[in-house]
Design a protein around this ligand. Structure first.
Ligand code: CU
Length: 358
């Protein structure tokens, strides 16, 4: 119990420190995305690993996606072992796509030709199975990729929405829970309305029993309480859009957001008509797109209502009034979307602090 309390207190002081750093970045630099340097400088003052992980993230992003022309999107996914943190006190040996849990968010537009080069550097056979439309030879189930072999997946992106990818080698629960999963977002051809966009991949883990139906950890984007300690920034009356992807092995729990109802696109599919919801449950392998806004400043919690919220699946939106000098489409979504996904991926990498397992 003493151990637990000290872990909680370390977590809380880390939370306060990170909130302070992020708040400082926001107040001191209203152009927090544009003025990347000042955010990096602030982070570097806090932790040396932040800067190097940020640099790694930039390099990974540059090599993961290679846009050869407007209709072809090419990616490389490497299945590799990594030792990484999923909480301040839990270091695990994971199977990853490109060194993190989840793997990189792959984002394309409906109708794009998608080419994914898969390289298996792990000791067991693995695959990449995509949700959405494609022919059976590209399904990542029967075309097992042995260690040190490669496979190229090729298909046309459809339909538009919040899709996903994961390994489909049996036992699938083990291969997914060990970390082989990520978000696959397909944008509609017509531009989306302005919103501040976040991706939340829900996952879980257990350090003692990888097959359990009652895992000790549940988390968003690979780290317990990641957005409780580092809240998601939104301005008052700005629309927030969440691509919620469920790759946990838990039964379906409802995703609840405080202080507002929200619109839900069922199963994360844009062709569906949205419904108004207070909470929306997704099962493992399903997704949803949520949109919401708040007229008031404040901290608005979101969580997987029930058991997972006490195991790490809780965060909050920090809603503040816009300040002078914000740039539309970079800092605030007035007439254009603002993409926060790289910022989220960087945060996960900094917290997971992964080292190559081999
Ligand atoms: Cu696998």
């Amino acid at each position: 119990m003493g151990n637990m309390l000290s872990t909680i207190s370390i977590q809380r002081s880390k939370a306060i420190m990170l909130i302070a750093v992020i708040s400082f970045s926001f107040i001191a630099s209203s152009h927090y995305l544009e003025n990347h340097e000042s955010v990096l400088a602030t982070k570097a003052a806090t932790t040396a690993t932040a800067t190097s992980s940020t640099a790694n993230q930039t390099a990974t992003t540059a090599t993961a996606a290679n846009e050869t022309n407007s209709n072809t999107k090419e990616f490389t996914l490497v299945a590799e072992e990594a030792t990484l943190d999923i909480s301040p006190s839990k270091k695990i040996k994971a199977w990853t796509y490109n060194g993190s849990i989840p793997g990189p968010t792959l984002r394309v537009t409906e109708g794009d030709k998608v080419i994914v080069h898969f390289i298996n550097k792990l000791d067991l056979p693995h695959t990449v199975h995509f949700h959405g439309g494609h022919n059976g030879t590209m399904d990542g189930v029967f075309e097992i990729v042995p260690p040190n072999k490669t496979f190229t997946y090729e298909f046309t992106a459809a339909p538009s929405g919040a899709l996903m990818y994961h390994c489909h080698v049996m036992p699938v629960v083990e291969h997914v829970r060990m970390g082989l999963y990520g978000a696959f977002i397909v944008d509609p051809k017509a531009p989306l309305p302005p919103a501040k966009e976040f991706v939340i991949v829900f996952g879980d883990y257990d350090t003692k029993d990888i097959h359990t139906s009652d895992p000790e950890s549940a988390f968003y984007n690979g780290y317990e309480n990641i957005y409780y300690d580092n809240p998601l920034p939104v301005y008052t009356n700005e629309t927030a859009r969440v691509y919620m992807i469920n790759l946990s092995q838990l039964p379906a729990y409802g995703y609840h957001i405080h202080g507002t109802l929200f619109k839900t696109w069922i199963s994360g599919i844009w062709m569906n008509e949205p419904v108004h919801t207070q909470t929306w449950a997704t099962s493992s392998g399903d997704a949803a797109i949520f949109e919401m806004k708040w007229p008031w400043e404040g901290k608005y919690v979101f969580h997987q209502h029930g058991i997972p919220e006490d195991r790490g699946a809780m965060g909050f939106f920090n809603v503040t009034h816009p300040v002078a000098g914000l740039v539309d489409g970079k800092d605030i979504a007035i007439s254009k979307p603002v993409n926060m996904i790289s910022w989220q991926e960087n945060l996960t990498k900094v917290l997971q602090n992964a080292t190559s397992g081999k």
